[in-house]
Design a protein around this ligand. Structure first.
Ligand SMILES: Nc1ncnc2c1ncn2[C@@H]1O[C@H](COP(=O)(O)OP(=O)(O)OP(=O)(O)O)[C@@H](O)[C@H]1O
Ligand SMILES: Nc1nc2c(c(=O)[nH]1)N=C(CO)CN2
Length: 718
């Protein structure tokens, strides 16, 4: 026996181990239809790390873990509902074993010796170690998963088994969180959502806790802990409260960082977005932490006016589905009508990311499945959080994804301080280019859009578009005379080299952003104005703002897009409204596939200071719940026993090698969950209304690294 791969217990000494090997069964796991249909042999070995001394002292099975029970549980996973990946099988086995309270860590090895591999081979195995800090990311027993609904193989019905409880790690005590974020102490019952949710990765704070059923031996193990005294029969035990199974309905144990994407292209987009920020910040259990610059973007999808887009970084204690619901209420408040997919809208609020949760249900997919290819989301997001990482399949560093997104050329400009008062009061200057189409200040009570006005009095105006009339029925197309004098582009006064770190950089040949009738003032090629100059009408040329930072993940400046008219400021003529949105644009060199970069792990907090949260969090160790249980000490029968002292020899001196010693298991050490602090302080754009969005009082939160979705993407080990 060796302790080379031992897990230290609370006192630092290696924990004892129960090893169970060669549990064998026919399972139907695999990506290929034949694997699902025919099944094949799976074999599992598990090592339970636990303190067995109490059980030895009392010679009581109840004080340890029955290997027979474990064997059955492991067997059940092997024969249970099929999943694509052997990784998922191992994760699930880890989950069932960790459902036994005394087990502090588990090593799982799953062999798939008949894997469909075209060359001769002996075995394929996956080895994982999970513990109370690094909990499995799948529940012990599968929900009905999307993968399980595949039609390419038979569906052995998953046994209606009890759901053991995953014992969560001791939560890190969070610093007091300012109202209105209410701490959520427990898993309050909420309306269970559709149970089709497929969990691909669940951060530890979302470890699924499911109600044990009394008949379950596993559940009994958990419930009985420490299982010393006989429990007198309770007269009428209250029925256990329903606990949501769906991670999309589970409130986090501590506030989670989420990313919301806002868009608007009819009504008064800037006013709507500004109001929406306030409305979102008012959602109970949510606080806006950062607001991105405002981007004007060519519409992706059907031909329609340009959008204004922004991204919010929020912290929330709402479950994902509730957060989506709250955002949709804000959409409705602003007159949102869903009548055309990707059509014009007064307000769109998408939930882009929720912590590191990767989950998919009919009504909510996380991360947002199209965010990775949308510059209108990625560019503002990267601006407000240059180190942000989009999780899930196809995710990666947001700044990198932004640089290569197909609609990147359609990002016309960014306004940094669009939330401030100046942004609106400065809006009324007449715009030379639109002079032949005179504008009048729009009268909000003119009745031009009664439906919208009723729902949202601050949405009275039409948005000047690239010459298209808004086709939405919710906001009637406006006469050009009714159009308001547009969205200002307040120039960021921050000189280069200041905390903002930006400077204006006009693409060659002019900004290439305008519409000939656009009311946002832009300078066509050859125009006299230079970036930053204000013309006689009070308009300031706001070119595309590009970061000057050199270090990754800085923007890659967009390559010029060949325009048939060589007049890129004429968006209509250049066909912005009709371009195929998701086809790579000419001029963009294919980007190398994203390689995971250690420095790109999710940042701990959205702030500008060096983050102390990346240091190991002492609250995770030791875990008081696993300290020696007082019920077992003192054990007079065993003291004093000089022959057993001193105890310190374990782990400190060379260990005798036993005949049955296994080769040192090649367990890969679990990497630390955090990432080293960023070498450079990252400039961010703070919410311009600090009194409204105070970024204070939040405990630095450590993200779990985003694990790859186990059931998505090309199979690696079918
Ligand atoms: N992450 C998500 N964020 C927002 N809605 C989502 C998400 N995942 C799934 N949905 C579902 O998508 C439905 C349609 O949303 P919406 O009307 O905002 O789509 P859209 O904006 O036209 O297109 P897209 O989803 O491509 O942004 C919503 O009712 C919601 O249930
Ligand atoms: N530029 C831009 N295009 C879009 C947007 C958006 O917010 N911005 N939203 C869409 C549907 O969510 C479809 N297309």
């Amino acid at each position: 026996m060796t302790f080379a791969d031992a897990v230290p217990g609370p006192d630092g000494r290696p924990l004892d181990q129960i090893r169970l090997s060669g549990v064998t069964a026919t399972g139907h796991h695999g990506v290929l239809a034949e694997e699902r249909a025919e099944g094949q042999t799976f074999r599992a070995d598990v090592v339970l790390h636990l303190d067995t001394q109490a059980a030895a002292g009392s010679d009581d099975l109840a004080a340890t873990v029955s290997y027979a029970d474990v064997a059955e549980d492991v067997h059940d996973v092997l024969t249970g509902a099929p999943v694509d990946l052997v990784e998922t099988v191992a994760e699930r086995i880890a989950a069932v074993v960790l459902a036994y309270a005394p087990v502090q860590a588990v090593d799982v090895r799953v062999h798939k010796p008949q894997a469909p591999i075209a060359v001769p081979f002996d075995d394929v195995e996956i080895v994982v170690r999970r513990d109370r800090e690094h909990l499995p990311v799948v529940p012990p027993h599968p929900q009905r998963t999307v993968a399980a609904e595949r039609e390419d193989g038979p569906e052995p019905a998953p046994a209606a088994e009890p759901q053991p409880v995953l014992v969560p790690p001791t939560p890190v005590p969070a610093a007091p969180v300012e109202a209105p974020v209410a701490p959520v102490a427990d898993l309050s019952p909420s309306v269970p959502g559709p149970d089709e949710t497929m969990i691909s990765a669940v951060p530890s704070q979302f470890a699924v806790a499911t109600a044990p059923e009394p008949a379950s031996s596993s559940a009994q193990e958990v419930e009985a802990e420490p299982a010393q005294a006989e429990v007198p029969p309770a007269p009428e035990p209250p029925a256990p409260e329903p606990v949501p199974h769906d991670p999309l309905d589970v409130p986090p144990s501590e506030p989670v960082e989420a990313v919301l994407a806002l868009g608007s292209n009819i009504g008064d987009p800037q006013g709507t977005l500004r109001a929406a920020v306030t409305d979102i910040d008012r959602i109970p259990g949510l606080q806006v932490m950062e607001v991105s610059p405002l981007a004007r973007t060519a519409a992706v999808g059907p031909e329609q006016p340009d959008f204004l887009n922004a991204v919010l970084l929020v912290r929330t204690t709402l479950p994902p589905r509730d957060l989506l619901g709250a955002c949709q209420e804000v959409e409705l408040l602003h007159g949102r009508v869903r009548d055309e997919r990707w059509g014009p809208r007064t307000l769109d609020v998408d939930l882009v990311q929720y912590g590191s949760l990767v989950a998919s249900a009919d009504d909510l997919e996380l991360p947002h499945p199209r965010a990775r290819e949308r510059a209108f989301v990625l560019v503002p997001w990267a601006e407000v959080d240059p180190e942000a990482v989009l999780g899930g399949l196809g995710g990666g560093p947001v700044a990198q994804l932004a640089a290569t997104a197909p609609d990147r050329p359609g990002i016309r400009w960014l306004a940094l301080d669009w939330l401030t008062e100046a942004a609106t009061t400065g809006a009324v200057a007449a715009q030379p280019q639109a002079a032949e189409q005179p504008h009048h200040d729009h009268d909000a009570s003119s009745g031009a859009q009664p439906a919208v006005e009723e729902a949202a009095p601050h949405l009275p105006t039409g948005y000047p578009s690239a010459g298209h009339e808004a086709p939405s029925s919710e906001v009637p197309a406006m006469d050009r005379d009714q159009m308001p004098p547009s969205i200002p582009v307040p120039r960021q006064e921050t000189p280069p080299g200041t905390a903002q770190g930006y400077e204006a950089a006009a693409p060659e040949g002019g900004v290439g952003t305008g519409h000939e009738d656009a009311m946002v003032h832009e300078v066509p090629a050859g125009h006299d104005e230079a970036p930053g100059q204000t013309d006689e009408a009070g308009w300031t040329y706001e070119p595309e703002i590009l970061p000057t930072r050199q270090e990754p993940p800085a923007f890659v400046p967009a390559a010029p897009v060949p325009s048939p008219s060589a007049q890129p400021d004429h968006a209509d003529q250049a066909g912005y409204g009709t371009q195929q949105p998701y086809e790579p644009q000419p001029g963009y060199a294919p980007q190398p596939a994203y390689e995971p970069q250690p420095g790109y792990e999710p940042r701990a907090v959205y702030g500008t200071e060096p983050q102390p949260a990346y240091e190991p969090q002492p609250a995770y160790e030791p875990q008081p719940a696993y300290e020696p249980q007082p019920a077992y000490e003192p054990q007079p029968a065993y003291e004093p026993q000089p022959a057993y002292e001193p105890r310190a020899v374990y782990g400190t001196q060379p260990q005798p090698v036993f005949a049955d010693q296994q080769p040192a298991a090649p367990y890969v050490p679990v990497p630390p969950a955090g990432r080293p602090p960023s070498s450079a302080e990252q400039p961010t754009i703070p919410a311009p209304q600090p009194q409204a969005y105070p970024a204070q009082g939040f405990a630095p939160q450590q993200h779990a690294p985003v694990p790859p979705a186990p059931d998505a993407g090309p199979p690696r080990h079918p």
